[in-house]
Ligand binder design. Structure first.
Ligand SMILES: Cc1cc2nc3c(=O)[nH]c(=O)nc-3n(C[C@H](O)[C@H](O)[C@H](O)COP(=O)(O)OP(=O)(O)OC[C@H]3O[C@@H](n4cnc5c(N)ncnc54)[C@H](O)[C@@H]3O)c2cc1C
Length: 382
């Protein structure tokens, strides 16, 4: 280690911790990532990787490694209960999107991070964090660093330990995710959302042999929330998807509530919070990991060559946070629109969805994160 080499300690080996670790190490830092689980593991589901994170990941050779495991989408569509397309766009330019199994992304991030020299320690539970620059593990061992990062997810305990004021809130929406070994219903490289009443179903290819499906319903919809999937109940709301429901009812699934994290700041001294820990949001826009990777990249750039890390972290937040805040607001509106739109106005719902097809202003607001750092002085390239 040279005397000028700087060191970072990161708590959390998810997309945020591994991604930031990889980027800092590639920029010359020594980095240790602590993951409390015995292995780097993600839930069995697909992940939409949008332009903002693709622009970052391309710089580290990650996209090249991911491509064989994923599918480049050509279209995104929304269909109503009768199967009619009410919104459609090509997924090109800043709307491009690669879908991969989540595990493929964390595997590639972990392997690229290690290749850049990151030490990834599994089974390491971080119990404390100090703004002066240290992590403390559950056994009381202290890891001092020039930069420490809490990337411990939406239910973070470490952000509270830093005195950062914030809230974690579950919303009244549930989502079940399935990753199934068939492309029988996703042959055209398009992702389709099927809307019916207060339920939504998303179906997308996720690699050469797999499809990713999510079903979304209000918390109070007991038949909809039943697992294994209740074929009769879902068939009643979405009669065109019988073949899909038969497959899904046999497949393993995980159920999550939508969640929202709001915090008053993203750093304290030499400690930063990253990813869902800082800006957890409902997955309606497929941007949680996108924001995480984009903000991590911006953080790496802002601390480049800076001796005053606390000042660089404050500047980082000031420069990029507006994109995450706006995306959170629109992700919550999308959830509200699909879950709480009054039944008496149900005939108007497709018109509103259609309006987003034709209004450039609304679409650009909704999809601000896709352009990401191009909207800031940082940009995507050093
Ligand atoms: C249903 C659903 C669908 C989604 N779909 C998409 C999508 O399509 N596209 C997209 O961009 N985003 C999507 N997201 C969002 C995305 O999953 C998250 O934004 C992303 O995973 C956040 O990564 P993270 O590293 O911040 O947190 P996490 O993934 O939660 O990782 C935190 C890690 O920290 C570890 N940890 C926690 N506490 C400690 C501790 N004390 N010590 C050590 N380690 C600790 C945990 O074990 C975990 O590995 C979705 C989210 C959900 C819920």
């Amino acid at each position: 280690m040279t005397t000028t080499q700087r060191h970072a300690e990161i708590a959390g080996g998810g997309i945020g911790g591994l991604g930031l670790g990889m980027m800092l190490a590639a920029d010359g830092w020594t980095v240790r990532v602590h993951e409390r689980s015995p292995e780097i593991r993600e839930v069995g589901a697909g992940l939409y990787i949008k332009n903002n994170s693709l622009r970052v990941l391309e710089q580290y050779g990650v996209v090249e490694e991911l491509e064989p495991h994923g599918t480049w989408l050509k279209h995104r569509r929304v269909r109503n209960a009768e199967g009619r397309v009410i919104n459609e766009h090509e997924t090109v330019g800043h709307r491009r999107c690669l879908v991969t199994p989540r595990q493929a992304l964390v595997d590639v991030l972990a392997s690229r991070a290690r290749a850049y020299g990151v030490e990834v320690v599994t089974g390491s539970h971080i119990a404390g964090i100090e703004a002066g620059g240290a992590l403390i593990d559950a056994a009381g061992k202290r890891y001092a660093a020039d930069l420490v990062v809490a990337a411990d997810g939406a239910r973070s305990r470490l952000r509270n330990a830093l005195g950062i004021k914030g809230s974690f809130r579950e919303l009244d929406t549930l989502i079940d995710r399935f990753l199934v070994d068939t492309r029988s219903f996703t042959q055209d490289d398009a992702t389709t959302e099927h809307w019916s009443g207060r339920r939504r179903i998303g179906i997308t290819p996720s690699g050469p042999n797999q499809s990713y499906v999510y079903v979304v319903m209000p918390r109070g919809d007991a038949p909809g929330a039943r697992l294994p999937l209740d074929v009769a109940s879902w068939n009643a709301s979405h009669p065109f998807l019988k073949a899909e429901f038969d497959i899904l009812s046999q497949a393993p699934s995980t159920q999550y509530p939508y969640a929202l994290v709001k915090v008053d700041r993203w750093s304290e001294g030499k400690a930063a919070i990253v990813g869902d820990c800082a800006h957890g949001l409902p997955p309606t826009l497929g941007q949680g990991a996108g924001l995480t990777l984009m903000n991590s990249y911006a953080l790496m750039r802002m601390v480049q060559g800076r001796a005053d890390i606390p000042a660089a972290l404050r500047e980082w937040e000031k420069t990029v946070r507006f994109i995450s805040d706006s995306t959170q607001r629109w992700a919550v509106r999308y959830d509200w629109f699909s879950r709480q739109w009054p039944s008496s106005l149900s005939l108007l719902k497709p018109l509103v969805v259609g309006a987003f097809q034709h209004s450039k202003y609304l679409t650009e607001k909704l999809r601000m994160a896709d352009r990401g750092l191009d909207l800031t002085p940082i940009g995507f390239a050093a």
